[in-house]
Design a protein around this ligand. Structure first.
Ligand code: NAD
Ligand code: MG
Length: 417
């Protein structure tokens, strides 16, 4: 992550109105980002938007926010332009770019100051990396990018001078609780019991909708049940990941890369109320927590304005109403995805990318009702076993392993139909 002092200098040199590019504007994070931006239109303007499915929604966003650029899937540009003109005849028609090249184009455009990386899954990796390489202020929601290519990604942040700010609520919470000199100190956990006084990170998890289900009940759960998260409203894929605890596994890997930590320094704590978003423990016995109502507008506003604080449109926390906070150990027998992710992080190299790809295929098959909920970790385990780890030296190797893992996972899915 960027040295905060360097970031402060960069910020002071910036112009008055920041141009924002939202990758994944039609999703849940995209929607929350637009909500926060609408509160601060004097300081931010929507410069570019991307969407993949639901292009009708993207057209409505384009008519409302009048961006300079809109990025749509390959060969959908003409259809998008026609739809926009037909439904919103008075709206300004933006420049339309297409496909992977279009996403990259808007992510690294020289007029863009801030990139919200909110595409779901591996599809977000290359445009997010393009934004990092172009030295942008990158608000990172797309955790899969870091899971797949963590070391490469963080090396790129360091060499490009990009400012990477975590949007995932847990990582944003940790970022808020870390000491100011955390990124400057020469201490490293590998050779020192603490770093800038920090001894470990406590990553909170809601436990998802099936926290109290036994193994027999878990065998029968449906996608509809999995997508009904008790505390958060999110996209379908992350909702299923939350239900399997793979989301926490991906976040563990994300935390290791963002904060340069070994997996052993991250303890997952199930906290069903989702009020504490994560904690940092110090050598003097202090534990700092960041708390708030479960609303992604808070971490988005924090990442957008840091080191300033701006209104996120979120109601203040009412502790009298919350009254009780509970904590439990995660159960890795019922939820093996958490263990699989930790082991993938410890194995390193291409294994986290393989884990992520196998998970994306398995989750899509579960959402399509082709496999059962408990098949998800079985498939991931089988794919990891078939693809032994090699060093993730470059992006091409990572993408090759991502594709190979998808192919194997698809085969397993097809044989289980
Ligand atoms: P979502 O499914 O609601 O939206 C995903 C967005 O990505 C949409 O705009 C969609 O059009 C776009 N997209 C999907 N596939 C694409 C492809 N192949 N190419 C280009 N664009 C594509 O997802 P979400 O819940 O907003 O999550 C987005 C990311 O943020 C995920 O990585 C998720 O893990 C992370 N995140 C989400 C939340 C949350 O509360 N929703 C919280 C923390 C982190
Ligand atoms: Mg999270």
């Amino acid at each position: 992550m960027q040295n905060p002092l360097q970031s402060l200098t960069t910020l002071s040199a910036k112009k008055e109105k920041q141009n924002v590019c939202i990758l994944g504007a039609t999703g849940s994070i995209g929607e929350s980002t637009l909500k926060v931006l609408a509160l601060h239109s004097a300081h931010y303007q929507v410069f570019a938007l991307s969407g993949h499915g639901r292009l009708d929604q993207l057209a409505a966003l384009s008519a409302r926010y009048q961006p300079e650029y809109v990025s749509v899937p390959a060969s959908k540009g003409e259809q998008f332009a026609q739809d926009l003109k037909q439904r919103f005849p008075n709206a300004k028609v933006p420049n339309i770019v297409e496909g992977e090249a279009g996403l990259k184009f808007i992510a690294e455009h020289s007029d863009v100051d801030v990139v919200m990386a909110a595409i779901v899954g591996a599809a977000g990796l290359e445009p997010t990396l393009a934004a990092v390489q172009a030295g942008k202020r990158v608000l990172l929601a797309n955790k899969e990018a870091l899971v797949m290519a963590g070391s490469l990604f963080m090396d790129c942040v360091r060499s490009s001078g990009a400012m990477l700010l975590p949007v995932d609520s847990e990582h944003n919470a940790i970022f808020q609780c870390l000491p100011a000199d955390y990124f400057q100190t020469t201490e490293r956990f590998q050779s020192h019991p603490s770093r800038a006084g920090v001894s470990q990170i406590l990553l909170t998890a809601s436990g998802g909708p099936f926290r109290q289900f036994d193994l027999q009940q878990l065998e029968r759960v449906t996608p509809e049940q999995a997508c009904k998260h008790p505390n958060w409203v999110m996209g379908q894929k992350i909702s299923v990941d939350s239900a399997t605890l793979m989301n926490k596994g991906l976040e563990l890997i994300e935390a290791c890369h963002l904060f340069d930590l070994p997996a052993e320094r991250v303890t997952v704590v199930v906290h069903p109320q989702s009020i504490i978003h994560s904690l940092v423990q110090y050598v003097d016995g202090s534990t700092l927590a960041q708390m708030g109502n479960p609303d992604m507008c808070t971490p988005i506003a924090h990442a957008l304005a840091w080191p300033k604080r701006i209104d996120a449109g979120v109601a203040p926390l009412d502790l009298f109403q919350v009254a009780t906070l509970n904590f439990e150990k995660p159960d890795e027998v019922r939820f093996p995805c958490l263990r699989l992710a930790r082991e993938a992080m410890q194995a390193g190299g291409t294994t986290p990318a393989v884990l992520n790809a196998a998970n994306e295929v398995a989750v899509a098959a579960f959402l399509a009702k082709t496999i059962k909920f408990c098949d998800i970790p079985r498939i991931i385990q089988a794919v990891i076993t078939q693809l032994p780890m090699i060093a993730a030296r470059d992006l091409a190797t990572i993408l090759h392993y991502d594709a190979a893992a998808r192919q194997i996972a698809q085969k397993i899915v097809q044989t289980s139909v």
